[in-house]
Write a protein that binds this ligand. Structure first.
Ligand code: NAD
Length: 500
């Protein structure tokens, strides 16, 4: 691992202006709103550990006002009933404006989440592309269908549900907002977004931008605050018609329970403990480089990462050496500095979590291949880590639990059937990859691994139109990014008339 020296950072003027507000509010019914009780919290720059902005901490009563505003907008703003091509103009305008401000929003996201700036700009583009994808799709879907039954005239229509709630985590704030709200808005629903308390800024900026370009008030609302208060209030609100939660399985359970009490349909996109199965016919250096890039991408805080590297025993030692070399070349630095490949993790708490798992993994007998631990970046007091590699039995806590940091766990396998068995010995089921020149074998293994997604000779692939979802402890309710996702945001209504 190498650390970079640090030049002084110059922020874009628009970013400085946004961050200079004394107190950033949520956006409710088109207005900046602060908590009635005046509560607030600071969001930090993970690369320095210093305060970036102070943000309002909403209570259940404040969240209630946002749900009321979203229902008002659904009933009265004309958003839900306007012709689909008219709604598309609004959504394309929003996507265009976000794209025009890619460097501004990218810098805000990079500062707030600790993301390498270029990667944060990539996230902004994902938001834009997702919004355009669902917007175009919504104009090409037949929402009214005749049902041929004897003795009746019957047909169905697809109608938007109403106010939809979205609770998102801190690792990909804008991407996940885009994946979630794009189909909901394109289908004619209104939305209330609760960003994570570690990364509320891009959501606030987005809602302010929607207001600036004249979006109908109350169509996009943002409530900021802590998970146990604002998040729990949104999850348990009976005025919602749908809920989508992205985050940990532990909180996902609480959200699903709260929605269940109100009979609100709830979609969960949760964590993972993905495997990469590496057969002995690969280019060792190239595959090790790609997996090292995957585990250091956003400092390993990626739900679908390959965190268990299962390597065929005949190339195991050579693969381990190539992986260590690749990880040691990773440049750790401040997220806005040129040349940085891996920035900080999001918070001191997250850094402690990763260090705790390294410690517990070793106590349970894991062998240290690359030590990892705290990294220091000259002049920056942020939450930096070195990449780490452990190896050993897959029952180890570091091989079982989602760590959410730059840590991978290595284990050898003998043959194809053992590889599949080891890949599947997990409660999670989000994403795995298989690496081999033999594409027939690779496809067979890809289909045999139990998860929502299997990638071949690559990791982390999200082409729009291909469903992305988790099974078992990784999620329920259908996933995101496909035609089916758009249909999730319409309810079906049947009309029937006797013919005699
Ligand atoms: P988290 O579950 O702690 O928090 C997620 C969101 O829930 C935050 O906005 C938080 O404020 C809110 N929250 C916390 N307590 C709540 C409560 N009691 N009621 C309602 N809301 C509450 O997760 P995190 O640490 O922010 O994110 C990391 C997790 O997210 C990892 O498990 C990761 O794998 C998962 N994730 C999954 C996907 C996916 O698409 N499957 C994508 C990204 C992240």
């Amino acid at each position: 691992m190498q650390t970079l020296t640090t030049p002084t950072t110059t922020l874009l003027p628009e970013v400085s202006r946004f961050l200079d507000s004394a107190l950033l509010g949520g956006v409710v019914g088109g207005r900046d709103v602060t908590a009635a009780d005046g509560a607030s919290f600071d969001t930090l720059d993970p690369g320095t550990g210093e305060r970036l902005a102070t943000v309002t901490a909403m209570s259940a009563a404040d969240v209630d006002r946002a749900v009321v505003a979203a229902n008002e907008a659904f009933a009265r703003s004309g958003w839900a009933t306007m012709p689909v091509n008219e709604r598309a103009v609004w959504l394309h305008r929003l996507a265009d404006e976000v794209e025009k401000r890619k460097s501004i929003i990218g810098q805000i996201e990079a500062l707030d989440a600790g993301k390498v700036e270029q990667q944060a700009q990539g996230d902004v583009q994902v938001f834009v592309d997702t919004m355009r994808y669902f917007n175009n799709l919504s104009q090409n879907v037949q929402r009214r269908s005749a049902v041929p039954v004897s003795g009746y005239e019957a047909w169905t229509t697809r109608q938007p549900w109403g106010a939809c709630g979205f609770i998102v985590p801190w690792n990909f704030p804008l991407v996940l907002i885009g994946w979630n709200i794009s189909p909901a808005l394109a289908a004619g629903n209104t939305v209330v977004i609760k960003p994570a308390e570690d990364t509320p800024l891009s959501a606030i900026y987005l809602a302010q931008l929607a207001r600036e370009i004249g979006f109908p008030d109350g169509v996009i609302n943002v409530v900021t605050g802590y998970g146990e208060t604002a998040g729990a209030a949104l999850a348990g609100h009976p005025g919602l018609r749908r809920m989508s939660f992205t985050g940990s399985p532990e909180v996902g359970r609480l959200v699903a329970e709260a929605c269940g009490r109100n009979l609100v349909p709830c979609k969960l996109e949760l964590g993972g403990k993905g495997a990469a199965v590496v057969f002995d016919d690969v280019d060792i250096e190239d595959t090790a480089n790609k997996l090292a890039r995957a585990i250091t991408f956003h400092s390993g805080q990626v739900c679908c990462d390959a965190t268990r590297w299962l390597v065929q025993e005949s190339i195991y030692e050579r693969f381990v050496d190539a992986s260590v070399a690749a990880l040691q070349r990773t440049k750790v630095g401040y997220q806005l500095d040129a040349g940085t490949q891996m920035g900080p993790v999001v918070s001191a708490k997250q850094r402690e979590r990763v260090l705790g798992y390294l410690e517990r993994g070793r106590q349970e007998g894991a062998h240290t291949v690359l030590e990892g631990g705290v990294a220091s970046v000259p002049g920056r007091g942020g939450f930096y880590l070195k990449p780490a590699l452990l190896a050993g039995a897959l029952g180890n806590v570091a091989a079982r639990d989602e760590i959410f940091g730059p840590v991978a766990y290595l284990a050898p396998f003998k043959d194809e059937s053992q590889a599949v068995e080891l890949a599947n010995c997990t409660d999670y089921g989000l994403a795995n990859s298989v690496w081999s020149r033999d594409l027939t074998r690779a496809s067979r293994v890809a289909e045999a691994m139990v998860a929502g997604n299997s990638w071949i000779n690559a990791h982390n692939l999200f082409p729009l139109g291909v469903p992305y979802a988790g099974v078992n402890k990784s999620g329920m309710g259908g996933g995101v990014n496909s035609v089916e996702t758009l249909f999730d945001y319409w309810r079906s209504q049947s009309m029937v008339r006797p013919l005699s």
